[in-house]
Ligand binder design. Structure first.
Ligand code: ZN
Length: 351
């Protein structure tokens, strides 16, 4: 069993370069779409970065291990847990991709979608909420709700940290930013929420003030898989959405929590597998490398702040230089300058 899992994990490695390329372009597309949605331009102005045509999206399924699969291509990565209780999804991809996501799910199972967990509010992770929650009722043609305490009616339950609902439902002007059908039907405000689904413990853990102020990571205990949302991505420096309560210190705390939960396999390969918010399938050692990189950069910028350097001086000193070939960007949705600025502001923020 161990050998087989290890082998399947190792066999993924040669594809990493391809996955990174694919994930980068998808991340760019999804953030352009997300931004277009969150800050609508005046009606006459064309969208600066048009969303990808959902018709051109391809969604691929990868068996991770145990009951858990990874769906790639619909925006943020989607994690799927499958069993006789039905389908549980972590995140739902971009709006307009749900037909493709459903087709990918159906390539694995005909069980209905019964549970959706949102790792955070961004539309590249929640855009399929409404369509996929509704599909949860229609796959078998009957009411599949019943015994999981859903109060929302004939659809799959959507669980998220409370601030995800607050941000989706808070009126801006006359109407809420997100249609009601996409809102979480269950929220939690405690440090964690535990479910038992498809024969395994599913631990939903809140990471405070990290990528946003409503982040959850999801640990499938028996399958030994962690789905991280955008606390951990392999495609860029960590994205800190300070306008939605994000902070670099919370990201580092979240990475530490993932490392603590995960168990490395023999020779540090395999073991607990990690589905990042964007990018390729990882294991604990990948998260350790990323955490060290983020911590080193955070500490360098803190030292510069302690010396009284301004943001412009810190940017000019290039505190990320040695990591830029791997994670840096001068254009696109999350440039190195944006990251340095977010770290600087996280560390100088006065509560
Ligand atoms: Zn995000």
């Amino acid at each position: 069993m161990t050998t087989k899992l290890l082998a399947s994990s190792k066999s993924l490695r040669p594809l990493r370069g391809l996955r990174i390329l694919a994930a980068l372009s998808l991340l760019a597309a999804s953030w352009q779409s997300a931004r277009a949605q969150q800050t609508p331009a005046p009606a006459a102005a064309p969208a600066p970065n048009p969303a990808p045509n959902p018709a051109n999206v391809e969604v691929h399924v990868l068996h991770v291990q145990g009951n858990v699969y990874m769906l790639v291509g619909a925006g943020g990565n989607i994690t799927m847990q499958v069993g006789t209780d039905g389908v549980l999804l972590v995140d739902t991809g971009l709006p307009g991709t749900s037909d493709k996501v459903l087709a990918a799910i159906h390539s694995v199972t005909d069980e209905p979608i019964r549970y959706i967990i949102d790792t955070h509010v961004h539309p590249d992770h929640t855009g399929g909420n409404e369509a996929l929650a509704k599909a949860g009722n229609t796959i078998t043609g009957g009411n599949v709700v019943g015994d999981i305490g859903v109060s929302a009616g004939n659809q799959a339950a959507i669980l998220a940290f409370q601030t995800v609902l607050d941000r989706m439902s808070a009126p801006t002007g006359q109407k809420a930013p997100t249609p009601q059908g996409a809102w979480p039907t269950e929220t939690y405000t405690t440090p964690e929420r535990k479910l038992f689904f498809n024969g395994e413990a599913v631990q939903v853990i809140h990471i405070p003030d990290a990528h946003t102020d409503g982040d959850s990571i999801v640990f499938f205990h028996r399958s030994d898989v962690i789905s991280t949302g955008d606390i951990f991505i392999t495609t860029h420096y960590p994205i800190v959405d300070m306008s939605r309560g994000g902070n670099i210190q919370g990201i580092i705390a979240g990475l530490n929590r993932i490392i603590e939960l995960a168990t490395p396999g023999p020779t540090d390969e395999g073991g607990t597998l990690i589905v990042p918010g964007h990018g390729r399938l990882c294991d604990q050692s990948d998260v350790v490398f990323y955490q060290e990189m983020v911590t080193i950069i955070r500490d360098r910028i803190q030292d510069m702040i302690n010396k009284g350097m301004t943001l412009e001086q810190v940017k000019a000193a290039r505190p990320t230089q040695d990591y830029d070939p791997r994670y840096g960007a001068t254009t696109g949705i999350w440039t190195t300058d944006m990251f340095v600025e977010a770290v600087y502001k996280s560390l100088t923020k006065k509560d």
